[in-house]
Design a protein around this ligand. Structure first.
Ligand code: TRP
Length: 465
């Protein structure tokens, strides 16, 4: 096995920061608030937290264990364990990674664009968000720039690129978010936003809320597509998988939760305390791109440019540690299985993904065809549909197959053996019992059932809950 030159994380902290960097991204700061808004506020938050800890944390542990055991990429890992006919799970994962990065990169590009607009004091941009995203030359260039940054860090390898990036960006990100939260709380009506965010309204609970929360949990924790199999494959045998995964889950959930305290007070301030808009016109993917610049404008030209620039820079940082993980999945496959050099495979895969992303670039107004081609029943048009499709279908199927595979095909004894490496006293502990129950029973059953609920709800408009 040519593992020697695959690269590795230099230590456990490097792994945790890189994996937390993968998890914390646009999903936490751009998507979480608008999903909360559409899902009716706190009811959504409660479901989301339950899913993260009961369903997703066990899936994460399983992915990392499979990766570390085999020291292979998402497809190679299944071959490495001797179950070639299960490597379809890795194939679905790589497909999901390519599709997710293809549109994620477009939004990440907007964040650089918005950073530039804010710094130059162009707050009016929020009123013309639609024409901004359809300005193909601008958004195209930003997308190229973002993909180039991502490619640069992935081409530098694991410890020299991905890990170094995360070590600098993650602490900066947390610092920046806290600054904005403190600032938000000083604004008039901030508490109306907090109430909307934290006080659940049980009557809001329905199948769309459940499916939104599940989708958000999977997406936010980077699960179901082998990203953590891949990162796990660069982790040392002496490191504790269970506590590392717990830490990553807490960091991700914590940052999403704190991001809510950044956004909702700002929204409440902007709307004089009325939170109904987050469920209506300005809701959805435009939430932070439309609402926030208007708020920054009210701060006056100097302060507004500073806070606004700071916010969108923070968002680009968060996005970059996620895009590197999405690109690393297919790249690691190309390096391990096709024997390609890292640099060469980065260029080829990044170019491929950019091309796959062209409909997403054009699908926000630039081309009528691509704006309307994917239409879900009752759902939105354009690439948000692609976002939902990849997450709800590919990631959920991936996650379901991964836990099923580990419990019953590879077998749970082997899984626990792997988890015990680097965790003295694991066997027989509470963690062992909890993970055994969740990985072998709770996660597969719930994921299977929820997949059916989500699928029927999204594509056939049938609500089972
Ligand atoms: N978790 C990231 C976010 O919240 C997105 C992401 C990165 C991702 N890698 C992934 C999602 C792998 C699913 C699978 O923005």
């Amino acid at each position: 096995m040519a593992t020697a030159n695959r690269g590795a994380f230099s230590n456990r902290l490097g792994f945790i920061l890189a994996a937390a960097g993968s998890a914390v991204g646009l999903g936490n700061i751009w998507r979480f608030p608008f999903e909360v808004g559409l899902g009716g506020g706190a009811a959504f938050v409660v479901m989301y937290l339950l899913f993260c800890f009961l369903l997703c944390f066990p899936v994460m542990v399983t992915e990392v264990a499979i990766g570390r055991k085999t020291q292979k990429n998402a497809i190679g890992a299944f071959n490495g364990l001797g179950f070639k006919n299960w490597n379809f799970v890795g194939k679905i994962g790589i497909l999901a990674g390519i599709l997710i990065l293809s549109y994620y990169n477009v939004i990440a590009g907007w964040t650089i664009g918005y950073f530039i607009e804010m710094v130059s004091g162009n707050f009016g941009i929020s009123k013309v968000f639609g024409s901004y995203t359809s300005d193909i030359l601008k958004v195209g260039i930003y997308a190229v720039i973002f993909m180039s940054f991502t490619s640069y860090f992935v081409s530098k390898g694991i410890s020299g690129g991905i890990e170094k990036l995360a070590k600098v960006l993650m602490p900066s990100l947390i610092f920046m978010i806290l600054c904005v939260v403190i600032y938000s709380f000083t604004l008039p009506n901030a508490m109306e936003g907090v109430k909307f965010y934290l006080i659940p309204d049980i009557s809001e609970m329905n199948a769309s809320v459940v499916s939104g929360a599940l989708r958000q949990a999977f997406f936010s924790l980077s699960l179901g597509m082998g990203a953590l199999i891949t990162y796990g494959s660069y982790l040392s045998r002496n490191d504790n998988i269970v506590s590392s995964s717990a830490f990553i889950t807490l960091a991700d959930v914590g940052i999403a939760f704190i991001a809510g305290f950044m956004i909702f007070p700002l929204v409440a301030y902007n709307n004089g305390g009325d939170m109904s808009m987050v469920q209506s016109d300005q809701a959805g993917p435009g939430l932070i791109f439309v609402t926030l610049p208007g708020i920054f404008e009210t701060l006056g030209p100097g302060l507004g440019a500073f806070v606004g620039g700071f916010f969108f820079l923070l968002l680009s940082f968060a996005a970059l540690t996620s895009t590197v993980s999405l690109l690393e999945v297919p790249v690691s496959y190309a390096v391990d299985e096709l024997g390609m050099k890292r640099q060469r495979s980065v260029i080829l895969v990044a170019a491929l993904i950019f091309v796959v992303g062209i409909p997403s670039l054009l699908g926000n107004g630039a081309s009528d065809f691509f704006t309307n081609w994917f239409k879900m029943p009752g759902g939105s048009t354009d690439f948000t549909t692609l976002a939902i499709l990849t997450t709800d279908v590919l990631l959920l199927i991936g996650g379901f197959c991964i836990v099923l595979f580990a419990s019953y095909i590879w077998r749970k004894e082997n899984l626990h053996q792997e988890l015990a490496s680097g965790y003295e006293g694991y066997l027989g502990s509470f963690a062992h019992k909890f993970l055994n129950f969740t990985i072998c029973y709770l996660s597969p059953i719930l994921l299977g059932l929820l997949f059916v609920v989500v699928f029927l709800n999204n594509y056939f408009g049938i609500s089972l809950i």
